[in-house]
Ligand binder design. Sequence first.
Ligand SMILES: Nc1ncnc2c1ncn2[C@@H]1O[C@H](COP(=O)(O)OP(=O)(O)OP(=O)(O)O)[C@@H](O)[C@H]1O
Ligand SMILES: [Mg+2]
Length: 215
Amino acid sequence: MQNLLEAKNLAHAYDYPLFEDISLSIAPKQSIAVVGVSGSGKSTLLHILSTLLAPKKGSVHILGKDIYALKEKERLAIRRHDVGIVFQSHYLFKGFSAHENIEVAALLAAQSIDEQLLEAFKIAHVMQKRVTDLSGGEQQRVSIARVMTKKPKLIFADEPTGNLDRTTAYEVMDVVFSYLQSEDAGLFLVTHDMELAKRCDMVYELKQKRLVRIS
Ligand SMILES: Nc1ncnc2c1ncn2[C@@H]1O[C@H](COP(=O)(O)OP(=O)(O)OP(=O)(O)O)[C@@H](O)[C@H]1O
Ligand SMILES: [Mg+2]
């Protein structure tokens, strides 16, 4: 089967070079974790792979399409339908309820809300609350549920369980991992939790401007 994602020879720089010559691919049902010290460029790499930021060098193919060679409109369509991004700081619509946040994602992607998912994430009972009234961990789970409601082929998650205790984090990730199996989807996970990283098929470390496979 075709790879969901294929990145070749990526390089990026802000004031100074951040990383270079990064290549990786994600096949259906496959998960990749990336670890690395703060500031090494993990979030930047995630943004490049997930349609949000054009790299200085290299290419990213998603479902066979060279995403930064596409017109903005086509890239947006891929972002909307095929890609789910869980940001490091959750970007929920403040002032709206958890339910409304998830409903918007469902409408945009023409999917329905999966009540079982909300139960599995233990957030079904807080859906009517305003996002600002939720705990940090609840917000994080609403963010992940919102992304999964889109039924994306690729999930990009930047420290998705940073606010969760280990038990809850593992329960949430169990749901994500079984989603990969049932939907033939792929996962790119940034985490500081090495044990969690090791539950992925491959673990890479971003170190000295390179992506090195460590497990
Ligand atoms: N838009 C930007 N403009 C200029 N510099 C940036 C920008 N975004 C990130 N950087 C810099 O690039 C470096 C890498 O940032 P990035 O957010 O990718 O790191 P990270 O590995 O995700 O770190 P953390 O573990 O703290 O989340 C940092 O030094 C950061 O200050
Ligand atoms: Mg980061």
